[in-house]
Design a protein around this ligand. Structure first.
Ligand SMILES: CC(C)(COP(=O)(O)OP(=O)(O)OC[C@H]1O[C@@H](n2cnc3c(N)ncnc32)[C@H](O)[C@@H]1OP(=O)(O)O)[C@@H](O)C(=O)NCCC(=O)NCCS
Length: 156
């Protein structure tokens, strides 16, 4: 799972991806502080303690460096950035039932705009699992020699 580099100065507009999911009844927005327990618990339940910890850190930033996807008042996906390291994207995940409908892509693009707004020229996808998803959605490039990278010796 290499880290991957994204050119934030060549990002596609977020609006088309957000509209595509909005037309299907999915809202993408930043969570607010009173929703922290809902989001962190959902991430823990679906993706485990490590990602829940990273999500908690995203809630310590102002604005919260996280986007969530909501359908019929239920959380169906999340994406964090500026959590484990500065300029890093991740973790991200979409509920199994909701995958393959553009939700993960919309969360990714919204988050990358969040990084761009912080002033970075490049975003880094930390420990990219589905490399093809990132290449396809944003033209991300694997960073040579980045395994295990920042995660070396991580306690579990
Ligand atoms: C990766 C993930 C967030 C993608 O979410 P999603 O809502 O299914 O993604 P989208 O529907 O927006 O897909 C966007 C494009 O990427 C492709 N894609 C999605 N997941 C992919 C994967 N795992 N491998 C290759 N391509 C993938 C889709 O086919 C789609 O292509 P298209 O536009 O040509 O149709 C989701 O599969 C997931 O939660 N996986 C488990 C957690 C995980 O691995 N997170 C990443 C950690 S780095």
């Amino acid at each position: 799972m290499p880290d991957m580099l994204v050119k934030l100065y060549e990002l596609p507009e977020a609006a088309p991806a957000l509209k595509q999911v909005a037309d299907r009844g999915v809202e993408i927005r930043r969570p607010i502080a009173p929703e922290k327990h809902v989001v962190v618990n959902w991430v823990r339940e679906h993706f485990g303690e490590g990602w829940a910890s990273e999500t908690e850190v995203a809630f310590s930033n102002h604005p919260v460096s996280c986007y969530i996807a909501i359908e019929e008042d239920k959380l169906i996906g999340f994406a964090c950035y500026e959590s484990t390291c500065k300029a890093y994207f991740g973790p991200t995940g979409v509920g199994v039932e909701a995958r393959g409908k553009g939700v993960g892509g919309a969360l990714l693009i919204a988050s990358m705009h969040g990084l761009r707004e912080l002033g970075y020229a490049y975003g880094i996808i930390g420990g990219a699992g589905p490399v093809e998803f990132y290449r396809k959605t944003l033209g991300a490039i694997p960073i040579e020699g980045s395994v295990p990278g920042i995660y070396k010796g991580m306690l579990k």
